[in-house]
Design a binder for this molecule. Structure first.
Ligand code: ADP
Ligand code: MG
Length: 684
């Protein structure tokens, strides 16, 4: 490791020779700010100028490199007419055309009678081959500089290819050969090259980028490890602070449990035990509880809250939306009714008079449980003795926000997050490696099955009787369309058009909800649906996953193949929360391929969100995994959870065997992959 010598990698890009203000501005458009950023911008393909072609073999539209003799100039000296140079090999001719050029320049680079090498795109004009403004011209003696394979980068306008390539070339040259964050043995064992060799190979490719090549894999691995290291140090910093242990005798939670009309599942019991251990330990809880909607996460959170309150602390419960906050509030009031504690709700809609009262109650400690929306924690609210924060639908937070969150609430605060978004196992640690994980796989036993049906669109008439019947029994229907309004480009159903059709069939019962409505409008409609003033709700996918509509028992999903499996699974989870038998009807276009049908059939086979997430990952790639966009993993430039699965597992293994003091060796790695902002967040 030759560290200091390579510190130039982390300097500002303008420290490079040849990068002035203008180039710097262009580079910044490409998000290249530090020297090392240049190296992380890999060429996506190549231009092969290595082979010298004969004029008679030329293909129109392709880039070719020719060795020709300059035979004649044609300088028309009329504005707008280009200069022309006629060249030949054997008996064949080609015209080299120059717009906006100077005679002197042309005479210099293409001297009459000389052999030259010219490379450019081949056109055909008035029965002649021609190259217009050729990219490269060299005298035949300098052939080697031109007849090779060139890397092709995606450059923003204004950046010159030649200059860009030479910048990268110089930077790589300046890296010392022995500079690396890995030991030799490790590199050898995994068929990885040293950093310099890796970068050199990747920036001088002989073929298109290959994500399975050893060099690419090494970069992907670097990136995965950098990510895990950061999450791990975040975890360390959260865990290193000690807190006072919470002391309680399960008095309150027992009262709650006695009010339940059911027994906890075994999974729930296990999770409750972990929560108990966390609360009673002097290490702070920073735990993620994952489980499908309806798996019983919220009741566990309330049980833990009861314990925390018994131990003398206050609890804050944050929900992603106003409606969810209200539902949690109602549920809490019921559950805690036999314990005499003060529970309050605080949202954007709370009147300023009430807000004031609530703030006082929080500050003097009389309010024990506060339920509110996420936006709450951005504002400054003083608790007298906050001991526990519960966050519903955690996946919406990236790592950065989590880090900030972990610092909220003071030293004695435990944090429990809950998410109904299943994450494939390979990605779990890369996304949530900073937290402890609990998973609820088992569903409560009394759950009614959701009958999942696949139907071609032209059989839509078969479902009207079913819907009529359910409505007559006072049940409700979700009707989901992929688009808000009809589109000329996309042949999918839209909520607005569907609403018009459905309104005609069920004039007094239908409502419309989609993403272009503002939040207040959305909430109004959802509340109407909750109160059953609306019975068929036509919508896009905007409805929050967590909301309980106990009497909704049919969900119809149009163009179902357009959605990811996990998303369909979550949509399906909106019904079946009550005591009624429920239906999920997935409609598809009549000409759906066998493969697409096979994919949808997975949902008919299983109701296990984690299994579905894994299938989704296999079929569609990580971009479509729910919650993925927000998770922070989208910042991965090289690593791909499907094709580099083994690397994710290898990184997990390496991290497990690592000593705290080994961390120091990886500072450059973390910097190199830009996880440094996070590190700063953690340190502050
Ligand atoms: P989640 O938060 O995971 O969506 P909840 O905790 O809100 O799930 O539980 C959903 C519903 O199931 C609630 O009405 C709750 O009272 C009920 N429930 C929770 N656990 C069980 C169980 N073990 N058996 C039966 N019903 C349960
Ligand atoms: Mg919930």
């Amino acid at each position: 490791m030759n560290k200091n010598k390579n510190s130039f990698l982390f300097k500002d890009i303008s420290s490079l020779k040849g990068v002035g203000k203008i180039t710097k501005a262009y580079l910044e458009k490409k998000r290249i700010e530090k020297v090392k950023d240049l190296l992380c911008d890999l060429p996506h393909s190549i231009i092969d100028r290595s082979k010298i072609s004969k004029i008679k073999e030329l293909e129109i539209g392709k880039i070719a490199t020719l060795k020709v003799k300059v035979s004649k100039y044609n300088f028309p000296r009329i504005r707008n007419l280009p200069n022309k140079v006629i060249c030949s090999d054997n008996d064949n001719k080609i015209n080299i055309i120059f717009f906006n050029s100077f005679e002197g320049y042309i005479r210099k680079v293409l001297p009459i009678g000389k052999d030259v090498i010219i490379s450019g795109k081949i056109h055909y004009y008035k029965k002649n081959y021609q190259i217009t403004n050729p990219t490269y011209i060299k005298l035949a003696e300098q052939k080697e500089e031109l007849t090779k394979i060139f890397p092709k980068y995606s450059l923003t306008e204004g950046l010159n290819e030649k200059i860009y390539r030479s910048l990268i070339h110089n930077v790589i040259n300046n890296i010392s050969h022995d500079y690396d964050w890995y030991k030799k043995d490790f590199l050898k064992k995994n068929n990885f090259n040293r950093l310099k060799t890796t970068l050199n190979n990747l920036h001088n490719p002989v073929k298109k980028i290959d994500i399975f090549s050893n060099d690419y894999r090494r970069l992907a691995y670097d990136e995965i490890l950098a990510n895990l290291l950061v999450l791990l140090s975040s975890r360390k910093s959260v865990r290193s602070a000690t807190k006072s242990k919470k002391k309680y005798q399960d008095k309150f939670s027992k009262i709650l449990l006695n009010n339940f009309s059911y027994n906890l599942t075994n999974d729930q019991k296990l999770v409750l035990k972990s929560l108990d251990q966390d609360l009673k330990s002097e290490k702070r809880m920073f735990r993620l509880l994952q489980g499908d909607v309806g798996s019983g996460k919220t009741v566990l959170a309330f049980l833990a809250a009861a314990n925390v309150i018994e131990s003398g602390y206050q609890v804050a419960f944050m929900a992603p939306t106003e409606i969810l906050a209200n539902q949690h509030f109602d549920q809490a009031k019921k559950l805690f009714s036999s314990i005499n504690i003060k529970i309050e709700i605080l949202t954007g809609n709370t009147s300023s008079k009430n807000k004031k009262k609530i703030k006082l109650g929080l500050a003097d400690g009389s309010i024990k449980l506060l339920i509110g929306t996420h936006s709450l924690f951005q504002k400054k609210i003083d608790f007298s003795n906050l001991g526990f924060i519960i966050i519903d639908e955690q996946h919406k937070f990236g790592v950065n926000q989590r880090v900030r969150l972990a610092k909220k609430g003071g030293d004695n605060c435990d944090i429990l997050s809950m998410s109904a978004t299943p994450i494939p196992r390979t990605m779990m640690l890369s996304i949530f490696g900073d937290m402890d994980l609990s998973i609820l796989k088992e569903k409560p036993k009394n759950r009614k099955n959701i009958i999942t049906l696949l139907k071609p669109e032209n059989k839509i008439s078969e479902i009207w009787p079913l819907i009529k019947k359910q409505l007559s029994e006072d049940k409700q229907v979700f009707w989901v369309c992929p688009l808000i309004d009809d589109s000329k480009k996309l042949n999918y159903s839209s909520a607005i058009k569907k609403f018009e059709i459905i309104k005609k069939k069920f004039p007094n019962d239908s409502g419309l909800l989609h993403g272009s409505l503002d939040n207040q409008e959305k909430d109004k409609i959802l509340v109407k649906f909750l109160k059953k003033e609306i019975k068929i709700l036509v919508s896009t996918t905007v409805i929050e996953v967590g909301i309980n509509f106990p009497d909704a028992n049919i969900i119809v999903i149009e163009n179902s193949n357009k959605f990811g499996l996990s998303q369909l699974h979550q949509l399906r989870g909106r019904v079946g929360r009550g005591i009624h038998e429920s239906y999920c009807i997935m409609l598809y276009k009549n000409n759906l391929s066998q493969n697409a049908k096979k994919r949808l059939k997975i949902l008919r086979k299983t109701n296990d969100g984690f299994l579905i997430a894994d299938e989704d990952l296999k079929i569609r790639g990580h971009g479509d995994i729910l919650g993925f966009q927000q998770s922070g993993i989208k910042d991965f430039r090289f690593a791909d959870p499907i094709h580099h699965k083994d690397l994710f597992l290898l990184a997990e293994k390496q991290i497990k065997n690592m000593n705290i003091k080994d961390f120091k060796n990886y500072e450059d790695l973390i910097n190199f992959y830009d996880r440094v902002n996070l590190v700063n967040d953690i340190a502050n």
